[in-house]
Design a protein around this ligand. Structure first.
Ligand code: CA
Ligand code: CA
Length: 259
């Protein structure tokens, strides 16, 4: 009789233990699932934010799990709607009844437990080359040479109501010249001070180098501070370099790159 009692007490303790364990771990798992963010940029970049860290999703099995999930879909930085995605060399969009949705332009898809906000911005050709020439000179590069990218994007990255200027410049894949060096730069100008995001200088091997552009300005982690997606397009079929930057404490930090 005494033995039976002991077994019952032991059993009750075990049951309480497992119920408590289920609630603790189960709740944590649920919380983690809710806070996981996925960001798809074009056809070559999938990032996941989990426990405040960014990861690349590359394996086929991980990518398959993204199929038939609902995402907030943007094309050329404009909201297209909420659609299911399916991947086969490129991303295809489907509505709830699995009708295919056509799109043309640059895809950005997001899943997370909040509505993503993208900041609109204007990009134009550089007319005043003061800062472009300054960067070229500082890097011992000729200032009077063919540039294949020479643009400036106007973005209020720190949301203080004053616009910062983001320069993208490169001489990759020139048409009319054969430079000794190929280069790409992305830098920000704020009150005459330059902050570098991306730079690459290499000997010209014909088809190396990449053409940079500011792709999107968004708050991907919902901390009310903007991040920046920068793409550098390589030659032909090579996939583009895609990078996510954060502006923090007066400098740029590369959060993740797809390379
Ligand atoms: Ca600003
Ligand atoms: Ca943010």
């Amino acid at each position: 009789m005494k033995k039976n009692k002991r077994y019952i007490i032991l059993l009750v303790i075990l049951i309480i233990y497992f119920v408590a364990l289920y609630f603790l771990i189960g709740k944590d798992y649920q919380k983690e699932k809710e806070s996981t963010i996925k960001l798809i940029v074009g056809n070559h970049t999938i990032w996941e934010l989990s426990n405040r860290k960014w990861y690349n999703i590359r394996s086929n099995s991980d990518m398959k799990e993204l199929n038939w999930q609902e995402y907030q879909v943007y094309v050329d930085n404009k909201k297209l709607g909420n659609y299911d995605l399916w991947y086969d060399d490129k991303w295809y969009l489907f509505d709830k009844d699995r009708n295919a949705i056509n799109y043309q332009g640059d895809l950005l898809a997001f899943s997370g437990n909040f509505e993503l906000k993208l900041q609109e911005f204007i990009t134009e050709e550089v007319t005043d080359r003061t800062y472009v020439d300054q960067v070229l000179t500082e890097n011992n590069l000729l200032i009077n040479q063919e540039l294949t990218v020479n643009e400036v994007s106007h973005i209020d990255i720190d949301q203080d109501g004053i616009i910062e200027n983001f320069y993208t410049l490169s001489n990759a894949f020139p048409m009319d010249s054969n430079p000794e060096k190929v280069f790409s730069f992305v830098f920000m100008e704020k009150n005459g001070t330059l902050s570098l995001l991306y730079s690459a200088i290499d000997n010209n091997k014909g088809t190396n180098g990449c053409k940079p552009m500011i792709t999107s300005v968004l708050d991907a982690d919902n901390d009310k501070k903007n991040e920046l997606i920068v793409t550098c397009n390589q030659y032909s079929i090579e996939e583009p370099i895609v990078m996510l930057y954060q502006w923090k404490e007066n400098e740029f930090k590369l959060l993740i790159s797809n390379q």
